[in-house]
Design a protein around this ligand. Structure first.
Ligand SMILES: Nc1nc2c(ncn2[C@@H]2O[C@H](COP(=O)(O)OP(=O)(O)OP(=O)(O)O)[C@@H](O)[C@H]2O)c(=O)[nH]1
Length: 400
């Protein structure tokens, strides 16, 4: 009886404990959403606080310059680029062309175990030059020159062969005819003794790098302490104007722009006027990309030239034709068409870095006799420099 009573009491105790435990569990479970809720609330608080802080940050950042669409890569990359010297940049840019011509020759001589015949060596040279876009005429000329200067036994010595080739290429690159109007050496560096403003018209087909080059030249002139005015006469491409605006801002230069689609000649006229009025040293006018088969557009370029010289009879002091080296022989054809319409005084050869067709520089110098003023080997401002024939040849032949 007593035992039955103990069992019953134990059962009752167990039931009570169970009820108590379940209740506690229930209370705990019920409280979870509340905890969750308060957690959610504190998260919202935090998020809102963060959002407010973010807004505040943005407010305080409002003074920074607005982001301009189509910022050219070189503007954004400029600060992050390590500054290598120009020769290294040029050498790096000409790497593919070097492989095409110089490594090609080395491989040929190695394959012949220094027992190359004259005919084989000259034939190989011709092929390699043509493939590097030196062009058939200039390649033939170079082969003849090398042939005339080599003794029969020299064909076993690649060094002699390459040295003669190097000298002949140098001769071609320095034999360009002088331009009576332009400033021949270091165009933007030697302006102090010249009539100012020095007015430069940038021309070339679309996409060759005119706008980029105009910006780089403006920036370089600014670094030399020269006051610059830029004319955005590419009124066909709004992005080109915005690109130039960035460069103008960086170069502390005034930029003349009219609304999209305006007469480029008016922009050019206003730019030259402004440059004279505000005592600028350099006046750079970027024009629209023109297809060489669009006679009307080419004529418009001639009109820009006429309008500029109305404001300043000596102007333009330089007309720089920008050519894209990656287009190879096509660049030569473009130059010929432009030469028919406008008095080109010098060339800018861009994008030498992206091509094994760097031989086009030799073809241009030999066939047109026009001085190459600048070469571009990349998109950053340090990748454009005054062209020096000896540097070019040294970089082309340099062993890495
Ligand atoms: N790799 C390389 N790219 C270059 C060089 N010069 C210019 N570029 C690039 O070529 C592209 C075209 O350059 P732009 O300056 O817009 O050419 P544009 O002649 O003004 O073109 P339009 O305004 O359409 O007539 C851009 O992406 C430039 O960054 C160079 O030397 N090397």
């Amino acid at each position: 009886m007593i035992a039955a009573g103990v069992v019953v009491s134990a059962i009752i105790v167990l039931i009570i404990i169970n009820i108590f435990y379940n209740r506690k569990k229930k209370i705990h479970t019920d409280s979870l959403p509340k905890e969750k809720e308060s957690l959610r609330e504190s998260l919202i608080d935090l998020t809102e606080r963060k959002a407010q802080e973010h807004l505040l940050e943005n407010k305080t950042q409002k003074k920074s310059p607005p982001v301009i669409k189509d910022v050219p890569k070189e503007v954004s990359l400029k600060e992050s680029q390590p500054t290598h010297n120009w020769f290294d940049r040029l050498k790096g840019g000409l790497r593919k062309t070097h492989s095409q011509i110089i490594t090609g020759l080395d491989e040929f001589f190695i394959s012949k175990k220094d027992k190359a015949s004259r005919a084989e060596a000259l034939e190989t040279l011709f092929e390699l030059l043509v493939q590097a876009d030196v062009g058939v005429r200039t390649s033939e000329y170079l082969v003849d020159k090398v042939k005339a200067r080599m003794n029969a036994e020299d064909y076993s010595d690649p060094k002699i062969f390459k040295n003669i080739l190097r000298e002949e290429i140098f001769t071609i690159l320095t034999a360009t005819k002088e331009n009576p109007k332009g400033i021949l050496e270091n165009p933007l560096q030697s302006l102090s003794d010249k009539k100012l403003p020095h007015i430069v018209l940038m021309v070339g087909v679309n996409g060759v790098g005119k706008t980029t080059t105009t910006g780089k030249l403006a920036y370089k002139a600014h670094l030399r302490g020269q006051k610059v005015v830029i004319g955005a006469a590419d009124t066909f491409r709004a992005a080109a104007v915005e690109q130039l605006a960035v460069w103008a801002q960086r170069s502390n230069a005034e930029m003349i722009r009219l609304k999209e689609g305006s007469d480029p000649a008016s922009v050019a006229f206003e730019t030259v006027k402004k440059a004279s009025e505000n005592g600028s040293s350099v006046c750079l006018i970027d024009t629209a990309g023109r297809l060489q088969n669009r006679q009307d557009l080419m004529q418009e370029l001639a009109k820009i030239g006429r309008v500029i010289s109305k404001e300043n009879p000596d102007a333009p002091h330089e007309v720089l034709l920008v050519l894209d080296a990656t287009t190879g022989q096509n660049a030569l054809q473009q130059a010929k068409v432009f030469l028919e319409v406008v008095n080109i005084t010098g060339l800018v050869l861009t994008k030498l870095d992206g091509t094994a067709k760097g031989g086009i520089a030799i073809a241009i110098a030999s066939e047109l006799g026009l001085p190459i003023r600048y070469v571009g080997v990349g998109e950053s401002v340090e990748d454009l420099e005054v062209f020096e024939a000896h540097e070019f040849v040294n970089a082309l032949f340099a062993e890495s």
